[in-house]
Design a protein around this ligand. Structure first.
Ligand SMILES: NC(=O)c1ccc[n+]([C@@H]2O[C@H](COP(=O)([O-])OP(=O)(O)OC[C@H]3O[C@@H](n4cnc5c(N)ncnc54)[C@H](O)[C@@H]3O)[C@@H](O)[C@H]2O)c1
Length: 378
C-alpha cells in the first residue's frame, strides 16, 4: 500500500528544479512504499514562486520558511536555499519533528554542522544531504569495484573540479544567482561549493582523510555587492588546491577553480590501486574507465565501461541496455534510496553525520590555506 509523504521545499532555483523533478518521477520508475506529494514550495518573491509552483505542480506556496515548517501537513522539509540558511532551517525542522533533506554543503562550517547533527539525532528524524554524485551509476559502480577489493591496496586518489564562470572582474557578488561569490551567504568559495563534492565522493570511496595541506587564492579581490551597491572585498576562495593523506595510507591531490577557461563543470577523479585503477569524468558521466593489471599482458589496457546494462547500479529501472541516462537521474536515485530507507527504517547516506566529515575536511583545508601548514582533520 502506498504511503504519502508531504514535501515542503524551500527555494525555486537550480536545485529546487532538480529535486522537484526527482519527486515527480521517482514513483514512475521505482517500486516504493512511499510516494512524495508536492505539498508546498517556499521562497520570498510571491509572483515567481507562484509561477514555479504552477510549472512543477505544487499544491500551495509559502513566502516564509518558518510557516512552511510549522504547517501540520508538511512531513519532510527539503532545503534548496543558499548555504547560510541550512543551519537555521534544519534546527527549526528538527524542533518541529520534521524529516529534513538539505542541499550540500551541510553547513557554512563544521561548528554549524555539529549543531545540525546533534539536533537531527536528538529529534530522531530521518535526514540526508544531497551529495548526488554518489548516485550516478558509473560512480556507484566505482564504489562497488573498490568495495569488492578489485583495486587492491590503494596508493593514490586524484580529484579535480573546474569551472570558468567568475573570471570577469565586472561580475558582481551577492544576491540572486551570485550568492556563491558572497562569503556571508556561501561560507567559502570553491572549497565548500565544488571541492565538497570531491571530498564527499573521496571519503565514500576511499575512507577518511587524516590531514591536509592547502593553498587558496582570490584572484579578484573586490567586486560590487548586489545587496549594498558598494564595491566590497571578496571573501571567498576563487581557487583551491590541496594535498591530503587518507587513513588507509594513500595520498591525494584535490584541485578546484572557477578560473579554468573552457571548463564548465569538469569533475574528474582517479584512483590508483595495486591491482587496478579507475577514472571517472562528469562530462562523460555514463562511462567508467577501468584498468586491471591482472588482464592477459598483451591485451591489457584501459576499458571504457558504458554503464548502461541492467546489472549496473540503478540501470534496471531505466531503459534497455546501451541507452544512457543523465545528471538529473542522480537526484531521482537519491530520493528513491531515501524513500526505500524510510520504508525499511534504515538511514540513507550521506546522513548529516556522514556529511559532517566533509565539512571537517573543508574546515581543515581553509585553515591550512591560512597558515600555510599541514592541518589535522579534527
Ligand atoms: N547537489 C548539487 O550538485 C548542487 C548543485 C547546485 C547547488 N547546490 C546547493 O543547493 C543550494 C541552492 O543552490 P542553487 O544552485 O539551487 O541556488 P539558486 O540561487 O539557484 O537558488 C537558491 C534559492 O533559494 C531561495 N532563497 C534564498 N533565500 C531564501 C529565504 N530566506 N527563504 C526562502 N528561499 C530563499 C532563492 O529564492 C532561490 O530560489 C546551495 O546550498 C548549493 O550549494 C547543490
Amino acid at each position: 500500500m502506498t504511503k504519502t509523504l508531504n514535501v515542503g521545499l524551500i527555494g525555486y532555483g537550480f536545485m529546487a528544479r532538480a529535486h522537484s523533478n526527482a519527486y515527480r518521477k521517482v514513483n514512475n520508475f521505482f517500486d516504493l512504499e512511499y510516494q512524495p506529494v508536492l505539498k508546498a514550495v517556499c521562497a520570498r518573491d510571491a509572483a515567481k514562486l507562484k509561477a514555479f509552483a504552477d510549472v512543477w505542480g505544487y499544491e500551495s506556496v509559502e513566502t516564509d520558511w518558518r510557516k512552511l515548517i510549522e504547517r501540520p501537513d508538511i512531513g519532510l522539509v527539503d532545503v534548496c536555499a543558499p548555504n547560510n540558511l541550512h543551519r537555521e532551517i534544519a534546527l527549526a525542522a528538527a524542533r518541529a519533528g520534521k524529516m529534513i533533506l538539505t542541499e550540500k554543503p551541510l553547513a557554512m562550517n563544521s561548528q554549524e554542522g555539529a549543531e545540525m547533527v546533534a539536533a537531527v539525532e536528538k529529534a530522531r528524524i530521518p535526514n540526508m544531504v544531497w551529495y548526488n554524485y554518489r548516485r550516478i551509476p558509473a560512480v556507484t559502480l566505482a564504489k562497488k569495484l573498490v568495495d569488492e577489493g578489485r583495486l587492491g591496496r590503494i596508493f593514490h586518489y586524484r580529484a579535480v573540479f573546474l569551472q570558468d564562470w567568475t573570471i570577469s572582474p565586472e561580475l558582481p557578488q551577492g544576491g540572486t544567482a551570485l550568492w556563491r561569490l558572497d562569503a556571508a551567504a556561501a561560507g567559502s568559495g570553491v572549497t565548500g561549493d565544488l571541492l565538497a563534492h570531491c571530498i564527499d565522493t573521496a571519503i565514500w570511496l576511499n575512507g577518511g582523510i587524516d590531514r591536509v595541506s592547502a593553498m587558496t587564492e582570490t584572484f579578484v579581490k573586490e567586486r560590487k555587492h548586489n545587496l549594498t551597491g558598494k564595491v566590497e572585498p571578496v571573501g571567498i576562495d576563487d581557487a583551491c588546491a590541496f594535498l591530503a593523506r587518507f587513513k588507509n595510507g594513500s595520498l591525494a591531490t584535490f584541485e578546484s577553480t572557477r578560473y579554468a577557461r573552457g571548463h564548465k563543470a569538469l569533475y574528474t577523479f582517479e584512483i590508483n590501486g595495486e591491482k587496478a585503477s579507475i577514472q571517472w569524468n562528469l562530462h562523460d558521466l555514463h562511462r567508467l574507465s577501468y584498468f586491471d593489471h591482472r588482464d592477459e599482458s598483451g591485451l591489457r589496457g584501459w576499458r571504457s565501461i558504458h554503464v548502461t546494462d541492467g546489472e549496473h547500479p540503478y540501470m534496471n529501472h531505466w531503459w534497455v541496455p546501451g541507452l544512457q541516462i543523465g545528471y538529473e537521474h542522480s537526484f531521482i536515485h537519491q530520493v528513491a534510496d531515501f524513500l526505500d530507507g524510510l520504508a525499511k527504517g534504515q538511514p540513507a547516506s550521506p546522513t548529516f553525520r556522514d556529511a559532517q566529515e566533509t565539512q571537517k575536511v573543508c574546515d581543515a583545508v581553509l585553515a591550512s590555506a591560512k597558515t600555510g601548514s599541514w592541518v589535522e582533520v579534527s
